[in-house]
Design a protein. Sequence first.
Length: 558
Amino acid sequence: MHRRVTGLLPAFLAGPALLAQAPAPLDGEPYRLAEEAYRLQRNQDQNGALHAAESALALAPGHPQLLALKRELLFAMGRLEEAEAVNQRLLAGNAEARLFLVYLRQRQGRLAEGLEAAGRLSADPAAPTDIRQKSRSALVDLLQALGRPGEALAALEGLDGEPALANQSRRAFLVLASGRPEAACAEFEKALAMGPAAEQRRTLLQGLCDAARGAKKKDLELKALEALRSDDPKDRRVALDLAYAYLARQRDAEALAQFRAALDAASPSGPWLDAGYAAKRAGQNAEAAECFSRGIEAREKAGERDPVLDFGLRREVEGLSRNGGLVSSTAYRQGGLLPGVESQQKVLQQGLEAYWQPEALARNGRMVQVFLQAFENLYSAGAGTTGGPTLQGAVGVRVKPFSSENLVVTAQKLIKAGRFAMDDWMFRAAYSLDRGLDLRPWQPDWNYWSFYTEGATFAKTGQYVHQAEIRAGHAWRLPAGDGRNVLSPHLVLAGDYDNRLQETSAGGLGAGVSLRRWFREDRSHAPASWVELTVQGRSRLGSAGRGGGLFVTLTCWF
């Protein structure tokens, strides 16, 4: 953001001032053409002004004022070699032409030559005072441009004949360039207190931002950025700087507002992604998903490739875009644990859930879901009850209160749809950890593990049930097809507790295999759905028979 102060054109380049400085020994047509040249110059018609000046010179060849006018017009048009050739005709005994040469060298980038010329002129006692002061001012700017801020500060001391604000502005930038950001902050604040015009104020505020950042004065930096933003609401660069200043202070909503103002289709991926994370933390899920999608597009356009990051961003978009879903589960096991559908025999149970996740209540990994459930026994060994009489309904709310911990608490009303079902309130708490359960399209295989535990209590009966399972295994993406089929053999340790039973605790240890198919994805969204078949054989731990046997689960998450 730092902008060096560069030398300004001297006052004698102001055009009409030439005619006012001294009576011009011009009259008639040359005088009229000179005035016409100044008028056209004021109207930004440089070509017309140059033509008028040359016409005047044709009538009054070699006239110093007309030569100076032509030189200045050529300079303004960027025709520097021609301007220098005209100035050469004015150099003899002319301090003003020598000063012009200093500015010409500066404009040409020939800084060392300009510095030498400025030094000679500022030390020449025969030169007029105002010319020496202007050359000394140019000397300061040239030293600064050459990266010699200490010498420039020394040359600035005692510089008279220039506005105090101009000198104070130079001083502030030179102090900053000399590696003293804290002192520069005070110098910039002094300059700003002098009431600079709009453009100079912006330059000083930008310098103050740099100084405050270097001095680690975050509040002052933010104040300067806010002032810049207020002065020019259309400046996207300042909006972006302000967005990051708010991010550093964890003011996500304000940062997001500035990102909105700063970003467009040409913006790189980094700011889009940072805007997405700010929106996510601020609870603006739809906007976060849009920002991540734009970041993904920007990465593709720039040829940026990181398969882990790219998939993670697509997973963010998918999760932020989700506001509901369906879950179907069919399980065969020894003894039913599903609420209300109880059996101590081998059973096949079917469950279906529909849930809704309000966007307003989903914030940075925390969420609330409202759900409807239905379960029933499809098969029960030993002539157990199946079908409609076992139909168990439920309606409830589950809450994930923490962003970084996968703890879910649930309250649900069990609805007695079948005569053997329950009518009760159930309160549950579940916690899980895992690694490697998601698809990894950048790897052919990987290790994975998962841990899950859940406890539930029934309000009327006082029944308490608990279950836990640990899996550890290895996952392979099957080479056939589109790489979205994953085979995962694993070891399993599982157990449950039920205070209604004589043998309250049961456990099993065994091995199993899962086959999962991922689907429903697009360019911006990672696969949103999967269907998985899991088969496990467990040897019971302890005397309870329900801990061992064959366990089969077919789950569809949509």
